[in-house]
Design a protein around this ligand. Structure first.
Ligand code: SAM
Length: 267
């Protein structure tokens, strides 16, 4: 399948999920799971957030939670910072981040699905958050200037990208020197080939497109990041895990980013 076909299929599934939530049902694509239906609601969704955090959110933001972790618990956000959430869905992590960085900070949510963007905007309004900004676009071509973001977060989205090298290059471009990454994603054990990953679940279900732990580490290192760590948190299929991924952009310029499909060993 071409990258455009994959993206269209992913967009259609998540548009359906957003509409289902807007109508008051939990994600039509697998009750609280990343769209695909193979995994159970226990592997994905709002249970991954503390009750206290869920209490800060409108019901439709928790219903729309399709992530595989809680990046706001991973990224140590500070007052006044600029945060970018890649694939912001119904806005759960953007709303929580906007509250953390306060009125002097800003939380951007980037998503390619209009229905998700509409839902996220309504949720942010209902949550009374004024420093959340939702951007339409793809994570492979982020509509923000270079060196403009302190922290990038993301929840179960990078596995859905058909062009992961472009995503790593964009992370390196938009982050300020010294900037940080705190991501939740689905990650495979290194023993699994791409074919074995695809046997365990679909692409839109956040399984088939998962990078392995070694591929994730190599991609960040090739993009010039330091302090890279990938930590498995819970298994969602045989050899496939929800994981916390962290990395930092060094102080100073990292120059030309030599990220290629070959250097990441993926896709
Ligand atoms: C599994 S959901 C996760 C949503 C949200 N992060 C959460 O935790 O609930 C994936 C989201 O990423 C968006 N998405 C997937 N691929 C994308 C891409 N290449 N560029 C921008 N958004 C993308 C989808 O539209 C969807 O809203």
């Amino acid at each position: 399948m071409s990258a455009d076909t994959v993206r269209d299929e992913v967009r259609d599934k998540y548009a359906e999920a957003a509409l289902a939530v807007s109508e008051g049902t939990q994600g039509s694509c697998g009750s609280g799971s990343c769209c695909g239906g193979e995994a159970t609601g226990a592997d994905f969704g709002s249970w991954l957030y503390e009750a206290e955090q869920r209490g800060e959110l409108p019901e439709t933001a928790t219903l729309a939670s399709l992530g595989c972790g809680n990046p706001t618990a991973v990224a140590d956000l500070r007052e006044g910072e600029v945060v970018l959430d890649l694939g912001s869905g119904g806005g759960i992590d953007v709303i929580l981040s906007a509250k953390r960085v306060g009125p002097t900070g800003i939380a951007y949510g980037l998503d390619m699905t209009d229905e998700m963007l509409g839902l996220a905007q309504r949720n942010a309004r209902e949550a009374g958050v004024r420093n959340a900004v939702f951007l339409r676009g793809v994570i492979e071509d982020v509509p923000l200037p270079a060196n403009s973001v302190d922290v990038v977060i993301s929840n179960c989205v990078i596995n859905l990208s058909p062009d992961k090298p472009a995503v790593f290059a964009e992370l390196a471009r938009v982050l300020k020197p010294g900037g940080r990454i705190g991501i939740s994603d689905v990650v495979a054990e290194d023993r699994l080939t791409p074919e074995e990953r695809a046997e365990r679940g679909s692409y839109v279900g956040c399984i088939a497109g998962a990078l392995s732990k070694g591929e994730y580490e190599a991609a960040f290192e090739a993009a010039g990041f330091e302090d890279v760590s990938v930590e498995f948190t819970h298994e969602v299929a045989d050899g496939i895990h929800g994981a916390i991924v962290k990395a930092g952009r060094p102080e100073g310029e990292i120059g030309e980013i030599p990220v290629t499909a070959a250097s990441t060993g993926c896709c």
